[in-house]
Design a protein around this ligand. Structure first.
Ligand SMILES: CC(C)(COP(=O)(O)OP(=O)(O)OC[C@H]1O[C@@H](n2cnc3c(N)ncnc32)[C@H](O)[C@@H]1OP(=O)(O)O)[C@@H](O)C(=O)NCCC(=O)NCCS
Length: 182
């Protein structure tokens, strides 16, 4: 068995070869969990890599192991760390936490004044976010950028979100306010 060491770094265009695999795993994992997800195409993930707005983890042998990306909303007032995914064979080794820590650092370097937020149904992500200083908030504390909420249209729970007038849904909203740390 190969030794479990990972290289975790800001993704660039050389990582575009992994985009299909990552997008497919995101979709598979959401189906297996039976939860909703804002679907992302391989080309969307490639753009994130080219823009330096993603973190990728590879094994020592160059196999894809994990990924997460940054999206800026409301003219950069809000930043979301989205699409955290670890390949099933590398879960439960602390990789998800390390990727999230790196993408959090990258978000702060790129958008030091922004509120960082995420929507999740996952207990692991809630735990990692809490460790980073996020707190649970109501949806009204998130961005009102229409483009962000359009991302939810591909989620199986979109009707629930709209029936609640976009004020609530199955995901827990969590937010890190940089001002609260100053
Ligand atoms: C969620 C995910 C990224 C976690 O990655 P991971 O590498 O297994 O996570 P880690 O090993 O870093 O675990 C971080 C913490 O979360 C906990 N955790 C991990 N998976 C968990 C689960 N399914 N349920 C509850 N807690 C979990 C771990 O115990 C760990 O806490 P601890 O160190 O105090 O024990 C991974 O399971 C995954 O890719 N899932 C499918 C996609 C997904 O759900 N993405 C999140 C969308 S918002």
């Amino acid at each position: 068995m190969e030794k479990l060491t990972f290289q975790i770094r800001v993704a660039d265009s050389t990582h575009k070869v992994y985009a299909n695999q990552i997008a497919a795993e995101m979709e598979n994992s959401a189906k297996e969990r039976g939860t909703g997800i804002a679907k992302r195409s391989p080309s969307y993930l490639e753009a994130k890599m080219e823009e330096g707005k993603a973190v990728i983890a590879l094994t020592g042998e160059g196999k894809w192991a994990g990924f997460c990306y940054i999206e800026a909303w409301g003219h950069g007032k809000f930043v979301a760390n989205s699409g955290l995914i670890v390949a099933p064979e590398y879960r439960q080794f602390g990789l998800g936490r390390k990727i999230k820590q790196e993408v959090f650092k990258l978000s702060q370097a790129k958008y030091p004044e922004s509120n960082i937020f995420g929507l999740t149904t996952g207990a692991a992500v809630m735990k990692i976010n809490s460790e980073l200083g996020y707190i649970p908030v109501s949806y009204s504390a998130l961005t009102d950028d229409e483009e962000f909420w359009k991302g939810c249209q591909s989620c199986i729970n979109y009707e629930i979100l709209m029936s609640k007038n976009r004020q609530n849904c199955l995901c827990t909203a969590m937010l890190y306010d940089p001002k609260s740390k100053k």
